[in-house]
Every structure is written in C-alpha cells, then in structure tokens.
Design a protein around this ligand. Structure first.
Ligand code: SF4
Ligand code: SF3
Length: 537
C-alpha cells in the first residue's frame, strides 16, 4: 500500500504497511483500485457524452467511501468495485463505446485474489513523476471532499449537475499527460466546484431544517438512556429524532454532529439533550463512557474497541467489519433505527463528562442578522481582526498549537470557525466583544461556505475591491479530504496567505508546494509566538 491522503500519514511521507488511521494495507489498495475503476467509468462516460443519474450517484458514493475514517471494510470495497465494473460495461454497451483507449476501461478480475493483485499495480505510486502525482492526487482528494458534500445534499434532494460533469472530466483527466498548467487549472476548477457543492448543501440543509441560530448547547447529561449520533448526515439526525420521540430514549450529538443543535427543526425535540464529548479522535474514551448505542453517519470512525464495539452502528458509506450496518432507506421511507432504540432502552444513561453550555449557530444568516453590530464594532475599533480557524481536529500532540493560539490571541480579535477544529478552543472562556462571542461557530466543515459568505458581505459593506483587504486572517487546520476541498474553495474565492497546519500535506511535491506559495501565499504554521506576530501584528 501507499497512502498519503490525510494529515496523519506516517512521518508526513506516506503510510506503507498499514494506516495510522487503522486502515489495513489491503483496504488501502482496494480503495486505489476503486478510484482506478472510477477513472475508467469516467473515460467511457466522456465518450458517451452523457452522465446518467445512476452513474453520477455511483461515482459520488464511491469517492466518498474512500475518505479517511469512513470505511475499513475490504468486502465493501470489493462490492463497490464489482458494481463499478458493471456500471462501466453497461455504459459501453448502451452508448456503443469500444476500443482499448486506457487499461482502466478494460481491466477485469475473476476473483478476490485477482482484485488484490490488480489493486497493487494501480496505486498512487504508479504515477512516477512526483509533480504529476502530486497534482493528480490533489485533484482526486478535492473530489473526495466534493463528493461527500454532494452526497449529503443529494440525500436531501438537491443536486447541481455541473458538479457531476466536473467529477467525470477530472477523473478522466488524471489518465492523460497534461501540462503542469493544465493540471493546476483543473485543481482550481475543483475549488469552484467545492464552492458549488457547499452552496448546494447549504441550501439543502437550510431549506429542510431552517437557518442555524444562536444556541446554547447543553454539555451535560440527563437521566435517561441515550443514543449518540456522529458524522455529518442531517437526514439521519432528523429520522433518528423522529423515531426516538416518546420512547424514553434521549439523543446526543458527538463530533461533527454538534451543529445539529443549531437548527430550528431539531431544537423542537425535548429529548434532544445536547452534545456529548469532543471531536472524533477522542471517541475511544467517550464512546466507552456514553454507555448507550452510537450511530456513525459519516467519517470519522476509528477502529472501535471491544469494550464498546457491540454498541456501534454504521450507516451510509461508513463500514467496519463486525459492526452492524443500518441499511439505506428505500424510496419514500425512513431508515429503520428500531434496533438501536431497542438497545438503548437496555443501557444505563451516559456517564457525565462535563457540565455547562457552549454557544454556537453563527452560520451566514445569523451573522448577517448581526451585521450592523459587527460592522459597528469593527468601525469603532472594538474588533481589530477576524481569525478564520476552521478545519479539522486530529490526534497529533502538536495540535495543542491551536488551543494556545486561540488563548493568546488579543482580546480584540474574533475567531470564525467551522469543522471539528473548533474543539481545540471552543470550551475556553474567551469572552465576548460587546455581546459578540469571540468564537463564532458556523457549523460543520461544509459550513465554511458560511464563513466565505460573511467575508464577501463584509467586503461589500466596507466597499473593498479585494477580499484580502479585509481584516481577516486564515489559520486553518486540516486532517482529511473534505478540508482539501474547503482549502481549494478558498483559493478559488481569491483568499491569499492562508496558514495551514499542523503540517503541509505530504502529497504536495516541493514544486507543487512552491506553486501554492508563490501564487497564493500559502504557508505552514511555525510556532504560536511567531505566527501571532505575523498574522496579528
Ligand atoms: Fe495513512 Fe491517512 Fe491514508 Fe490512513 S488515510 S492510510 S492515516 S495517509
Ligand atoms: Fe472533522 Fe473528520 Fe475533518 Fe468535518 S469529522 S471536519 S476531521
């Protein structure tokens, strides 16, 4: 295997035997073969000149399944690859596409051993030139993030066909010898598509569940048994809340599901108690302490410990061998969570981890309602700078940098956040500026779109020509591929001088990193004191 798609990759070079994430080498290889199969399908779809909905949905689901910490199950990947081969052959037949124009269009395997053998030959390192490899993988990781957001939006009935068209073009492009400039252009186009994907998901979420609003989220526990729900899928959240109503079972969010607390449609449920615990990497301790069943709706799952494995349920693209999977909803019906609810009834209530409250819900609509107050605070000099600290959290010790950075920011700064990076500082007592909290949480990583909208609005209010003239600086933490999509989105929107940490991606070759530094001023973080001086002055 060779995988370097996430921030925790071995020695910031690449995982070569097994993943730091717990993914086996054979699983990583099958993920590579799945991506290779998608390239073949895309080449055929390009020749066919048409992307049918079933093909678009298959490509989206398959890309999403390869995101870090989503699926650890070889069998699931073999099924997905077989499905892909079928999709590819049917496309060829239907649109009379023939010829051996690329191996990804013709390869096949008779059994699981042949799948593994093929998988070993089509990985990341099959592209020998490190700059070509770097740009192709940057594009593919961006696509994975876009696919995740596209899938969530599609579940709520919102789709943008241009995104599917781009996925196909982009995947097909990675089989061709393009110039560096052409590859860079594709990567930037992925940024544009990431903006569209997040915008589509924003519309889907807010039309279905209302606009997030300022909310005090309870961090303590109640007396009833509970179900803990994590991940990013709000449709699962909706159905779980409806099915648990009146059962005596409470619902709590974990990790990236925390922002569900901000939506009016969910706040109306009295048995929705609040948020339990922190970000994904603490789940081994926190899931053990929760005592009741846990539903993982997307990444980030870590290999469950035996002490609580029997209480974990997966759904959507999340799969782990030996963990029960809640099957997809049939058209017009809900997913069936009755087994989880029945288990919860027999479990003790959660062990309390903390008490108190957390304030969030500052997505674009809510912030724009406060716009006058915010603008007045900036004009009066009460707010000197906004610091975007969005992105992901992770288990590396060095991420305490973000806690320290938040603590040491001057009191006339406001942190804008989204994604699970916030758990590094959202429980600090950072106070407020004239009633505006110093940490404004917009929501999940996809709600970084809200932060971009706020920046564009401020640019308009202050009559500026360039988004970079705003008193906003960017210190972003990344972990997995959705953060890659968010980063590309910000670059597409013209944001410069983003500081990225805890490390620059291993998949950026020195030449590609240089392109990003020279054209966009991207820089790695260094230490808190120097970065504060550089970003805040
Ligand atoms: Fe390693 Fe990250 Fe790939 Fe897992 S996802 S194998 S930790 S690079
Ligand atoms: Fe977190 Fe995985 Fe990225 Fe959605 S849940 S931000 S790491």
């Amino acid at each position: 295997m060779f995988c370097f798609q996430c921030q925790e990759t071995m020695k910031n070079e690449g995982c070569k035997i097994n993943g730091i994430c717990g993914k086996q080498g054979s699983t990583a290889n099958l993920q590579d073969l799945l991506i290779y199969t998608l390239k073949g399908i895309s080449l055929v779809a390009e020749k066919a000149g048409k992307i049918e909905p079933a093909v678009a949905h298959y490509i989206t689901k398959a890309l999403f399944a390869t995101i870090t910490n989503a699926s650890f199950d070889n069998q699931r990947f073999i099924e997905l690859i077989k499905e892909g081969l079928q999709v590819r052959e049917e496309l060829k037949k239907k649109f009379k596409v023939s010829g051996n124009f690329h191996d990804s269009v013709t390869w096949n395997a008779a059994n699981d051993e042949e799948f593994q053998a093929k998988a070993e030959s089509v990985g990341v390192l099959a592209t020998e030139n490190e700059d070509v490899r770097s740009l192709r993988e940057l594009l593919i990781y961006g696509l994975k993030g876009i696919a995740a957001y596209t899938d969530h939006a599609a579940i709520l009935g919102h789709e943008d066909q241009s995104i599917y068209k781009f996925m196909v073009e982009a995947l097909a492009s990675t089989t061709r010898d393009l110039t560096v400039d052409e590859m860079v252009a594709k990567v930037l186009q992925a940024g544009e598509m990431a903006v569209r994907a997040m915008a589509t998901l924003d519309t889907a979420n807010t039309e279905a569940y209302g606009n997030p609003e300022i909310t005090e989220v309870n961090l303590g526990v109640g007396k009833n048994p509970g179900i803990l729900i994590s991940g990013h899928d709000l449709k699962d959240m909706e159905e779980l809340l409806r099915q648990t109503e009146g059962t005596g079972v409470d619902v709590y969010t974990h990790g990236e599901m925390l922002p569900a607390n901000y939506y009016p449609a969910f706040k109306k449920y009295n048995h929705f108690i609040g948020n339990y615990g922190n970000s994904w990497w603490l789940q081994d301790k926190e899931f053990a302490a929760f005592n009741g069943p846990i539903l993982m709706t997307t990444n980030c799952l870590i290999p469950p410990k035996d002490s609580y494995k029997g209480r974990v349920f997966n759904t959507g693209v999340v799969t782990f061998p030996g963990v029960k999977n809640i099957v997809e909803r049939e058209a017009g019906k809900e997913k069936d969570f009755s087994e989880i609810i029945a288990m919860a009834k027999k479990c003790p209530p959660p062990t309390e981890l903390e008490k108190g409250k957390l304030v969030g819900g500052f997505a674009h609509n809510q912030v724009l309602e406060l716009a006058d107050k915010v603008v007045a605070a900036v004009k009066a000099g009460a707010i000197k700078k906004f610091v975007v600290m969005a992105g992901c959290d992770g288990r590396q010790k060095g991420r305490s940098y973000y806690t320290e950075f938040a603590e040491k920011l001057p009191h006339d700064t406001v942190i804008l956040t989204a994604g699970c990076a916030k758990y590094r500082y959202n429980k600090l007592a950072l106070g407020d500026i004239g009633g505006i909290p110093r940490v404004l949480d917009a929501g999940q990583c996809n709600d970084s779109y809200s932060l971009a909208l706020v920046a564009l609005k401020l640019k308009e209010v202050f009559g500026l020509d360039d988004i970079n003239d705003l008193p906003i600086v960017y210190n972003i933490a990344w972990y997995e591929q959705k953060a890659v999509a968010v980063l590309l989105a910000l670059l597409f929107l013209g944001v410069k001088n983003i500081h990225l940490g805890p490390t620059l991606p291993a998949f950026l070759s020195p030449t590609v990193a240089k392109v990003l530094v020279e054209n966009f001023g991207i820089a790695p973080i260094t230490n808190v004191a120097d970065d504060l001086k550089k970003l805040i002055g």
